[in-house]
Design a protein around this ligand. Structure first.
Ligand code: NDP
Length: 286
């Protein structure tokens, strides 16, 4: 079997277009323009690219953008004061603090300061708790994107065996919660998991969120599985150039899977689209 490619670029663009249309209607019917504040501290080149892409998507969706690019020597108190002002600003419906923060700051403290109703990244413990208890809230964008990609292939994943490799708070755990909410039978694997190939081989749905280039081998993939590759790893290519690759050995995996996401062009574009959808949701709920 050669897998169908799950085109995150096209699906993300379609979702963003739907969000833009909803934004237009919200402006027209209620005079509300959803607004997103993106806070960047320091000059990490990768973060600068992510933030630029997010701000571009905000503009394209017809939302209001509130960029705050702060120098690397900003103190945590100054950042917390800014977040306090954004929490109180009625024109700001979503607040995103780009990670990683400088080492002088405690990311947990900073993320806790964001009003959970404006926490469009879904990282606040209140939103994590709402997700874990199956109640409505703002779920993290990458896991939401993974679910949309899975449901594009299998609209009713109920009863399927889902294996999530990775247990971070921002990807692995929330993906697992969302799969559980969709009535999958969920296994979470991590660096201490014994016999990972065997665990992966049982997956009807495999989500790889590890951050190790091509660690998940094609031979571990169950025939007909849906494979969602969250990993983004920069690798050297012949000729001295660098490129991106996922956590899954794509060429071999696609010979066994039923559907698979490419890297780049899979989960990444869905993450930004879901950020737009979360900002719209936060604006509608205020
Ligand atoms: P973390 O580093 O926070 O978590 C990695 C997880 O992988 C951990 O739970 C770790 O286990 C597990 N792990 C590490 N080594 C192994 C191993 N040998 N076998 C099994 N499990 C292992 O990463 P993130 O969750 O933040 O991100 C994961 C990947 O997803 C990265 O490549 C990141 O760049 C990418 N990413 C992509 C996004 C997108 O929009 N496409 C958004 C966010 C992330 P343990 O807990 O035991 O240490």
């Amino acid at each position: 079997m050669t897998a169908a490619l799950i085109d995150g670029k096209a699906l993300g663009a379609a979702l963003r277009a739907r969000v833009a249309e909803d934004v237009r209607q919200l402006k027209e019917s209620r005079g509300i323009t959803p607004g997103l504040a993106v806070v960047l501290v320091g000059d990490d080149p990768a973060s600068e690219i992510y933030v630029r892409n997010k701000e571009k998507a905000v503009a394209e969706a017809g939302m209001a953008s509130f960029p705050h690019h702060l120098p690397a020597n900003t103190s945590q108190d100054e950042l917390l004061a800014l977040i306090g002002r954004l929490n109180a600003d009625a024109a700001v419906h979503g607040i995103l603090v780009q990670l990683p923060l400088p080492e002088t700051m405690d990311a947990g403290t900073v993320l806790m300061a964001v009003d959970p109703r404006k926490d469009v990244d879904g990282f606040h413990p209140v939103n994590a708790g709402l997700l874990a208890s199956g109640r409505p809230g703002l779920a993290p964008c990458t896991p939401l994107g993974c679910m949309r990609l899975i449901q594009e292939v299998e609209s009713q994943p109920e009863g399927l065996n889902a294996v999530v490799v990775g247990r971070s708070n921002i990807v692995g755990k929330p993906v697992a919660q969302l799969l559980l909410a969709a009535n999958c039978t969920v296994t979470i694997a991590h660096s201490r998991t014994r016999d990972l190939p065997d665990v992966c081989a049982r997956a009807d749905i495999l989500v790889a969120a590890v951050g190790r280039p091509q660690m998940i081998k094609g031979s571990w993939i169950k025939d007909g599985a849906i494979v969602i590759d969250v990993g983004i790893n920069r690798i050297a290519r012949p000729g001295g150039q660098s490129g991106l690759t996922g956590d899954v050995e794509f060429d071999a995996a696609k010979e066994r899977a039923r559907a698979i996401t490419p890297v780049p062009g899979g989960v990444g574009p869905m993450t930004i689209a879901c950020l737009m959808a979360n900002t719209l949701k936060a604006a509608k709920e205020r």
